[in-house]
Design a protein around this ligand. Sequence first.
Ligand code: CTP
Length: 406
Amino acid sequence: MSTDILKDKKIILGITGCIAAYKACYIVRELKKRGAEVKVVMTPSATEFITPLTLSSLSGNKVVVNIFPHVQKDSTDIGTWHIDLALWADLILIAPCTVNTAAKIAHGIADNAVTTLVCAHRTPVIIAPAADVDMYTNPITSENLAKLKSLGFYIVNAEVGELASGLTGEGRLADIKKIIDSTELVLSGYKPDFEKKKILVTAGPTYEDIDPVRFIGNRSSGKMGYSIAKAASLRGADVTLITGPSSETSYPEIDVVKVRSAAEMKYAVEQHLDLNDILIMSAAVADYRAASPSDKKIKKEDNLSSLELSKNDDILSLLERREKLFVGFALETDNEKVNAKKKLEQKNLDMIVLNSLKDEQSGFEFDTNKITVLHRSGRETEYPILSKFQAANKILSEVLKIGAAH
Ligand code: CTP
């Protein structure tokens, strides 16, 4: 399985008329950078904001704007362009999608190049709406987007932020990274199958302070946990992410709780567990902390020759289950499966995800991972090298297989 989900994928980007149309340039660039072939279709209003020439230069393909191109009268080969394009594509992405275009699509209207194309679609369609706050939160818009969602269109909700009008509110086009992640998700065949589920995810390392300058940490980047949180959110879950120090970024709808030490992480998990159905502990929690951290910088002249450590609590082992589903991780260097199975038992888990540091391109700092998922039932699945986003989605699908996800 390729870790480049977008490589060689054929994507149509539909652009409609609003100020966020300029962001479509960055979307084309990002899709192309990841190996996709992109063809752009624009509504006439979109061309008021950005020129077809810009998009054809960026995509390397002709841009369609007119439904009735001015071709020779006796030419018929272009008459079914919308059908040809719809058949060509693996996916149609409309970003930004105005409330006007969303309304038209929801009602089967096909009066311009974008709406006509969508009417003929066979492939998945992603809609990323953008509008000013009152237009976006208008109940008619909400109803149209809800209808599109119920019909199987994937909606990347607009975000809260500063708008072109100067107002602040809901309506800003979702972040481009999130639109690209959604494209990868939909192209991989995932649907919003985590709707109404509440997931608590932990990520990153923990830092145990020795003095105001130094700490005991580990090499976890947080990438795996953040990928799980983002994938779960894109699949419709209500996600809380408890994270140790990490430079990874999240989505605005994910509730992020930042912690530093194992004790802080334990407290945060305990505080949030009751509100969630599923706990995925992917954090690399430190097992030891400095027994007496100094509040002043330890100086060279202090001739420190050893550091006394105290053991941290094991967060997973001490949590009360209460009908929840618990997923742990095991990072091993030797006797991988034996150790992972031991942790599954000892920590009373439903499922454990094994990472071996022996596998190439796996573990900390890599964007890829090789995982083996072990269920309490004895079921085992070994996956090939995957991107962390792909691995996150496999883990989530394995969670659904447990069947107890409430
Ligand atoms: N974990 C935890 N609390 C800790 C340490 C680990 O909840 N104090 C969780 C991790 O988040 C992970 C699982 O337990 O889901 C296994 O963590 P890992 O570091 O692989 O194993 P440890 O139990 O710490 O054992 P060891 O370090 O000896 O391998």
